[in-house]
Design a protein around this ligand. Structure first.
Ligand code: GDP
Length: 260
């Protein structure tokens, strides 16, 4: 599928991104829908760092994506759980991709479709070489849900790098959110030497936007620094430093040998 951003210029978009005057990840000047991929083979080229968002249906993923992109309607905010069935790719500022993964735990999709569909998500999470980080979304107003715990366990077991993002923080009191977050991290803490980073956010109050975009900015900076150190030429696309960082993130997953 097409990467609309760079290839007719021959310029590595990551280098372009870094060289652009006044570039700031917090200032998203372009958010472009790339494609919807039904499986790994249909995903776009691997030249850009990808940051994937996933959570239980109705967790507030679309709202959060729109908040991050600064564009309402970028990802569909749906009243129907399980509406988004495909892996959706959006290119931000011509230099990184936001990836909208289908929600898990939806009830209204036939079991067979659901299985096929999950397989493509798992394929993507396990095998996409330019996947830098997964944002695992969990609703802050709920006590730990088995389905979220199971999904996080799957991420840990498969060494997929992720952070935890607790959504809809405006819907409950700060105390309740804190209690639920602590209960969740408590349930998973035995799986890690060091817990993944935890963020609370709200699409309603915009809480968490700078922090989450800051995480992405740090990753892009690390890729560019490594590329500069390696003396990457502007023609080298896909950027080898991108794949190295993505692989390095996977290796850094804590405690891969956890007894399950
Ligand atoms: P998705 O199914 O995970 O993509 O969830 P949506 O973004 O479609 O949101 C599901 C429902 O939760 C919608 O009714 C949203 O308006 C609501 N919602 C999403 N984010 C927030 C939030 O931060 N605060 C509150 N109060 N409601 C939210």
């Amino acid at each position: 599928m097409n990467g609309h951003f760079s290839d007719n210029t021959g310029i590595n978009p990551l280098v372009l991104c870094e060289n652009r005057r006044g570039f700031s990840i917090l200032n998203i000047s372009s958010a472009i829908f790339d494609c919807s991929a039904p499986d790994l083979d249909s995903c776009p080229d691997e030249s850009l760092p990808e940051f994937a968002f996933i959570g239980r249906s109705n967790v507030g993923k679309s709202s959060l994506l729109n908040l991050l992109a600064g564009e309402q309607g970028l990802a569909r905010v749906s009243p129907t759980p399980g509406f988004t069935k495909f892996i959706n790719f959006f290119t931000m500022n011509n230099c990184w991709r936001l990836v909208d993964l289908p929600g898990y735990g939806f009830a209204k999709i036939a079991r067979r479709d659901s299985a096929r569909f999950n397989q493509s998500v798992f394929d993507y999470l396990e095998n996409r070489p330019n996947l830098c980080l997964v944002f695992a979304l969990i609703e802050s107003g709920l006590e730990p849900q088995e389905i979220d715990l199971e999904f996080v366990e799957w991420l840990v077991r498969h060494a997929v790098p992720f952070i935890l993002v607790f959504t809809k923080a405006d819907k409950v009191s700060a105390d309740t959110a804190q209690t639920n977050i602590a209960a969740f991290t408590d349930r998973i803490s035995a799986w890690f030497e060091k817990l993944p980073a935890v963020f609370a956010c709200s699409a309603t109050t915009r809480r968490g936007r700078p922090e989450l975009l800051g995480v992405i900015a740090d990753q892009i900076k690390a890729i560019n620094t490594a590329a500069n150190q390696a003396g990457a030429s502007s023609e080298s696309s896909p950027n080898p430093s991108l794949k190295a960082l993505a692989q390095g993130n996977r290796k850094r997953r804590p405690d891969r040998n956890r007894p399950w």
